[in-house]
Design a protein around this ligand. Structure first.
Ligand code: SF4
Length: 232
């Protein structure tokens, strides 16, 4: 692991999914085989939406050239919920290097309203999310912890309790996933993230394979099989 590596919600989620996959991608720098065309298209569309949203919040509502109806529909949903002149920061990045926790996050949107601060993450998934699942999600923990930890430098008048997070689902705008924050959750997140990073550091170069149903959907399946034959 490079000394200057910053953990992110993506890398930590990947480690939880499969430590071996984490090793291939973040230590060895190997990519898995291409995902299926349908999934690839939906990932590209999601990426394009995030680009358009960033432009929208930066005053560039210039997507007249877009021919993709789905993208335009999502933009209409976004515009209705968040006017372009709200007090916000779009694609806002925080990096921290405190003690053992080197962490980074790029937030889709941070809205400052009524002396409160709301992290908004845009989701373009086909299926609706569940509040309990999302509250326990590693992305929620990383995003809220990192903002809470750096709050005094960025928003000096705010307190931990003023932070909240919303997963805004473009396909289910009525299915509100809204999560509040407090000191207790913050301390809990500090412990969970610290322990997870510690676990990764201890495992360096001896990452174990998951070998369960995760493998069936993983782009490294054949590579992994070859590697285990070599070492057996
Ligand atoms: S094939 Fe299985 S063990 Fe190998 S990286 Fe993928 S999930 Fe992990």
């Amino acid at each position: 692991m490079k000394e200057n590596f910053y953990y992110s919600q993506n890398s930590l989620s990947m480690f939880k999914r499969c430590p071996k996959m984490f090793e291939y991608i973040y230590i060895d720098g190997i990519s898995g085989k291409g995902v299926n065309p349908e999934l690839k298209k939906s990932i590209e569309r999601g990426t394009n939406f995030h680009i358009l949203a960033e432009r929208y919040f930066n005053g560039m509502k210039d997507y007249f050239y877009i021919k993709d109806d789905q993208l335009l529909e999502w933009m209409a949903v976004l515009e209705e919920k968040y006017p372009e002149d709200i007090n916000c920061r779009s694609e806002f990045e925080i990096r921290q290097n405190k003690g053992e926790i080197r962490l980074m996050a790029k937030y889709d949107l941070v809205v400052i309203e009524d002396n409160k601060i709301k992290i908004v993450d845009f989701k373009t998934n086909k299926n609706p999310y569940n509040l309990g699942v999302m509250e326990d999600n590693i992305q929620t923990k990383v995003y809220m912890y990192l903002l809470g930890e750096n709050l005094k430098n960025i928003f000096p008048k705010m307190k931990i309790e003023d932070i909240s997070m919303e997963y805004f689902q473009l396909n289910y705008p009525e299915n509100k996933i809204f999560i509040e924050y407090n000191e207790k959750k913050h301390e809990n997140n500090r412990r969970i993230l610290g322990e997870l990073i510690e676990e990764i550091k201890k495992q360096t170069k001896t990452f174990f394979s998951k070998n369960n149903e995760t493998c069936a959907k993983c782009g490294f399946e054949s590579f992994c099989q070859k590697q285990s034959k070599k070492t057996s």
